[in-house]
Structures are given as C-alpha cells and as structure tokens.
Design a protein around this ligand. Sequence first.
Ligand code: ZN
Length: 527
Amino acid sequence: MAGTGQRLRERLRAEIRRRERELRGLRERLRAELARGDAEEEDGARGLRDDPEEEEDRARGLRDVLAQGDAEEEDGARGLLDALARGDAGSAEEEEEDADGDAGDGAGAPPAELPPLPRRSALSRAEIARYSRQLLLPQLGVRGQLRLARSSVLVVGCGGLGCPLAQYLAAAGIGRLGLLDHDVVDTSNLQRQVLHGEAQRGRPKARSAAAALRRLNSAVHYVPHCGALTPRSALRLVRQYDIVADCSDNAPTRYLVNDACVLAGKPLVSGSALRLEGQLAVYNHRGGPCYRCLFPEPPPPDTVTSCADGGVLGVVPGIIGCIQALEVLKIASGMGSSFSQFMLVFDALEGRFRNIKLRPKRPDCAVCGDNPSITCLQDYEAFCGSSATDKCRTLHLLPSEDRISVEQYRELLEQQVPHVLLDVRPQVEVEICRLDHAVHIPLSKLQEKDGEHLEYLEKRIREENQRTNDQTSLPVYVVCKLGNDSQKAVKILQELPAKEFGSVLVKDIKGGLMAWATKIDPTFPQY
Ligand SMILES: [Zn+2]
C-alpha cells in the first residue's frame, strides 16, 4: 500500500511541475498582453494598476482568451496540492473534479465590501468599437452606455433565467455582475442553463457562469457568490448592488430577496418559469408595489410545483431571462422599466404575451407599507414552510409505520411476498421509466375518487389474492418519483370507506423511484 501511495505522490508532484511550467508561460504572455492593453487604453479612470482586484479579474479574463480552460487547470493544480498536503490516495482525476467545490466566497458569510465602480466621463476606443451597435440607439447613446458601465447587478440564481440574463448583461457592458448560486452544475441543468457545459459538471454554478461570461466580455467585473442567500448576508450583499434580478426558483428566496430590496431601496427585476409558462415583473421601482404587496402570504408548501416536479421547456426561462435582461438594461441606462405596474405573463403554448395591470402598492404592506412590521430580515424558510436550497421538497405526511424504505421493498420482492405495487405518477412520467410489475393509477384519479380507476385497483388486488392463494389482506405499496405524491395517495386510500373498497394495508415507499435508482438499481433512469 505504501508503494502505491509513494507512486501517486510522485505522479502528482510531476503533474504539478508540468502545470506550473505551463502557468508560468501563460502568465508571461499575459503580462505582455496587459502591457499592450494598457498602452492602448487612454481612459485612466479604469486604469488597471489602480485597482488590483480589477487587474486580477481582467487577468483571469485574458487568460481565458489565451487558453480556454486555463482556470480549470489552475483549479486542478490547487486540488493536486491539497491532495498532497492531506496525503490523500485518491486519484488525480477525482481531485481535479473536487478542486473548487468548497470555494471560500460563500453567500452565507457576510460579504466583503466591493469597491465602488469608477465614474467615467468618456468611452475608450475599444468600448466604442465593441458597443457601437447599441451606441447608435438614441435612447441609449454614450450617456446610457456610461451609465451601464457604472451599474452593478446582483443575479440571484445562475440557472435557466440567470444564464441568459447574465449573458446579455455582460455582452451589453454592465459594470459589475454579482453571480449568486448555492448549487453545482448537474447534467439535468444543461437543457436550459446555457452558460454551463458538460465539462463544468460538479462545479459551482456561480463560478462556471463567471468563467463563461469572462470569455464573452472580460471587461466586466464578475463577483461569484457561491452559496445560498441567507437573511444574515442578504441585506449587506443587496446594498452593494444597484439592481437585483431574482432568478431563483423557490418561495423563501423570493420573499427574502424582496424584503432585502425594499429595505435597501433597490429595484427588483423578478422572473419565473414553469412548464410552458413564464412571468416577469419589476418590484419596488418608482412607487410600484413590492412582491409582498401582491402576495402577502406564501402559498401552502404542498401546492408549490418546482421545475424538478413539473418540468420546464428550457427556452421558456430563456425568453423570460432575456426580458429580465432588457428591463435591467432599461433601468440601468435610465430608460426606465415597463413592468413596475404591470406583470408580463407568457404562454408558450399559445405563443401569447399578456400585460396584467398590477394592484398598486399596498399602504398596509408588511415591508413597504406605511407602518411596516418587517424592519429586518427574518426566517423565510419558516415563513414559507419550505426550504430555499432543497432540490427536492420532502413532505412528511405519514407516520413511519406507514412507510417502508426501498431496501425493505427489495427484500419483499426477493422473498416474493404477495403484494400490489401502485405507481401514482402522471402518465408522462410512467412513459419515461417504470417498474414492470407496477399497477399504474395517477394521483389525480385517486384525488377525484374516480370510480373506474378504484374498481381497477380492487380488481388487481383480488387477482393477486387469487394468484397467491392468500386469504389475508394483501398489502399495497405506493410509489411515485420522490415519495411525496405516494404519501398523499396512501392517505386517500386509507380514508376510503372499508365497505366500498375492502380493507387493505397501504404503505408508501420512501424516496420513490429516484431512491430506487440511487440505492437499489443503478440502471434505472433518473429524471
Ligand atoms: Zn409591499
């Protein structure tokens, strides 16, 4: 074993030497490039030498131009060094993947103060060339472009809305982009989160987005915030930006961002998308309402559908994110927003946009009203009864004796214990994947107490009783995707009158088919 460890350490040291040589070469080329860039840059206000953070940021951008994937290389080298320091025997590949998993700029920690963006009086020659198409617009012009250059925008969520939003803001030359996300890139994100790629899987989204945007426009100052927005950090963070874009996907974050924007006096450009529908509104802007004015109470947690539950066509958040970018650019450049009194509702199936007039600001709003009861940030997960960071909401509707684990269910199968497996997922999900022996009745049919479907279930239970010559009451195990709908189904079946349905023992399979896929059968598809 010692020999293997020794060989690995030697391999890692050699790899580090090779990469350090590469990095030295790149840094020299970068220095030359920077010196040339400095000479060209007439405008001293954004002088690189005045601002080490800016220099570092630009340097990173240029490195990206010089050698794509360089940042990843450096991270990889850091991972290798860490591995050596720990004396780990893990493979170099694994270390590379983990390299920046726990980056230190968590949004949960109080953020460091960002330096103010420099005030500019003129555009450089390079900027004029770069932004010429939009400089020609009389509504924007040089004055608007200079305003963009000294504006900062906090993007809350680097997902399906945040990716296109950040892309257009970076392309248009916004001064500073804060990129906040607590999550890492996952394969199932790539269908809509278009800044990330296959090579970034497992990387924090905030960093992946910043790296992609730097390749697009290295002159923008990018600040990745890897972590969830918390009541502790939100106000200080929001205060450091001029405009906030809510691209999050859950109720606690929506209320948190809204309250922080009201308390900090910042406009909030809010988007959402689910299935084939999208919405957009601008809150707390020019006397318009805030999110709480329209939705004083959060929705009950078990009525909220997420993209993971309900699905979404990637282009729908893409369209909403683009319109969010448009509104941010209009506000930042001084044109003003069209949506501080209206909500835009997009129906992708009908191809229809509607503007719905919003109720005015409420004088009795808890946060922006005349006598606000909310004067500091609170516990928003408790307020909404749901988590801001869980990808899969987990309901606890049943006592533990009414639930079995996937491991227990596998044992039942192995021992050929007579039972009926009831799959309550919608038809569209059953078509993605299924367990062959399951009886399928969608939860909606059980909720309607649909006679035809209940008779079908009874028939299947009778058949199974006859087949196995079982005289006792046959158990029914209920399964769905994640183990939430299956609990609802168990409750419905338990409450059916015994004389109509016969008495059956009904239990739910915890964690559903996705737990089956992770813990029991790795060949079972995950979706
Ligand atoms: Zn309000």
